[in-house]
Design a protein around this ligand. Structure first.
Ligand code: AMP
Length: 216
């Protein structure tokens, strides 16, 4: 039997994907939030889930270790998308990638004066391209967690981070000053797998599409 492997991350993506997995008939048999297993069986014997770190999802699918995956546009943009089809915007895990600064930092006048800004982010590529397009000189500082701390601790003038409700920024006395791009989670498919396993993958892709419409 041909096994289909779908990669996804715990947390927001998993929570919001669960109704889609259910509609596609591939809900996991164990809860990944409580299970220590990294490979989870689903309601279909020929479909399994692999639980990966969000930023690793495109890599698993690119190399064919997973046939399909669900990843945020933020992560896909940094990865670059090589070897991946992105047939569906699932319309879940919606937020915006934004530039944010301390509430008391005059970003507009720093930009107007041509100041060189220190920007902390996980999203180096998106940040580099955004500021280059605006002609703003920046020193980018790569972080792996809690970007919100960087301007408060004096590490950076600005951050590039994801904003959903805006509560995290508000609670930390930060404010968003520019939107870089809208973000949502996409279905991604290994290009070679789509050719070799098309008969098995196409119905799943269509099930996600149908579930997305019903969900929207
Ligand atoms: P919020 O307080 O609702 O604006 O959410 C902001 C926090 O949640 C930040 O730490 C973001 O990095 C994170 N976040 C928001 N939306 C997403 C998303 N779709 N995927 C991953 N992280 C997110």
């Amino acid at each position: 039997m041909l096994t289909i492997t779908l990669a996804l991350s715990k947390g927001r993506i998993f929570d919001e994907t669960l109704p889609l997995l259910d509609a596609a008939g591939i809900a996991p048999l164990e809860d990944p939030e409580t299970s220590r297993k990294l490979i989870l069986p689903t309601r279909r014997a020929d479909v399994r889930l692999v639980v990966v770190r969000a930023s690793d999802t495109p890599t698993y699918v690119q190399y064919g270790a997973a046939d399909l995956g669900i990843a945020g546009k933020d992560v896909l943009y940094e990865h670059g998308g090589a070897g991946l089809y992105q047939p569906l915007d699932l319309g879940i895990a919606v937020c915006r990638m934004m530039v944010a600064v301390r509430a008391d930092f005059d970003y507009a006048s720093a930009v107007r004066q041509g100041a060189r800004l220190r920007v902390a982010t996980k999203y180096l590529r998106a940040a580099r391209e955004h500021f280059a397009a605006k002609g703003v000189h920046v020193d980018l500082i790569k972080l792996y967690g809690s970007m919100e701390l960087a301007p408060l601790a004096g590490l950076a003038d600005a951050i590039v981070d994801l904003v959903a409700t805006g509560n995290t920024l508000r609670d930390n006395n930060l404010r968003a000053v520019e939107e870089i791009m809208p973000i949502s989670a996409r279905l991604i498919v290994n290009q070679a797998a789509l050719k070799l396993k098309r008969a098995a993958l196409q119905p799943l892709i269509e099930a996600f599409e149908g579930a997305r419409v019903a969900h929207a």
